[in-house]
Design a protein around this ligand. Structure first.
Ligand SMILES: [Zn+2]
Length: 158
C-alpha cells in the first residue's frame, strides 16, 4: 500500500450581500464570502489538497476565475472534479483533516452538518473527516472578520 498526502488552503473576503456557503452548507450570517464561484473556502481547500496529493495543478488552473462559464459555480462540482482526478491516478481518499478559521460566525455548531455535506460527495465515512473551527484571536484580517480561511490535509491510498 502506498500513501500520498496533499495540503490545500484557501481564503476569501467577507462582504455584505454575499451568501455564506461553507462545505456546501448555507450558514446564516450578515456577510458572506466573495468570489468568482460560490467562494466555498472549505470545498476549495479540500479540492486543492486532493489535486496536490496526485501532483495535479490547483483549482485556479482548472476553474479559472477569468472564465465566465465558472461564474457562481457550485463548488461541489469542483470537489467532484478533484475526486475524479484522484481516481484517474488510481487512488482513493483515506481521510481528510480540515481547519476553518473564522472570527464570526461561531461555526462549532455546524460541524456535524459540514461533515454530512462533505461526506455526501467524498463518501469515506464521517469518522474520516476531521473538522476544527477556530478564531484568529482577533489578529489580522481573519481576526477582524474581513475573511474566512480554510486549511485541509488529505491522505490518499494508492
Ligand atoms: Zn476559493
Amino acid at each position: 500500500m502506498e500513501y500520498r498526502v496533499g495540503l490545500g488552503e484557501d481564503i476569501h473576503r467577507l462582504e455584505a450581500g454575499c451568501p455564506l456557503i461553507l462545505a456546501g452548507v448555507h450558514v446564516p450570517f450578515e456577510k458572506g464570502l466573495l468570489g468568482h464561484s460560490d467562494a466555498d473556502v472549505v470545498f476549495h481547500a479540500i479540492s486543492d489538497a486532493l489535486l496536490s496529493a496526485v501532483g495535479e495543478r490547483d483549482i485556479g488552473f482548472f476553474f479559472s476565475p477569468s472564465k465566465e462559464e465558472f461564474k457562481d459555480i457550485d463548488s461541489r462540482r469542483i470537489l467532484e472534479f478533484a475526486i475524479e482526478k484522484v481516481k484517474t491516478h488510481g487512488c482513493f481518499v483515506s481521510n481528510v483533516s480540515i481547519v476553518i478559521t473564522a472570527e464570526r460566525p461561531k461555526l462549532a455548531g455546524f460541524i456535524d452538518e459540514f461533515k454530512r455535506s462533505i461526506d455526501a460527495t467524498l463518501r469515506i465515512g464521517e469518522d474520516r473527516i476531521g473538522i476544527t473551527c477556530k478564531t484568529n484571536e482577533g489578529l489580522g484580517p481573519l481576526g477582524e472578520n474581513r475573511a474566512i480561511a480554510c486549511h485541509a490535509v488529505a491522505l490518499l491510498e494508492e
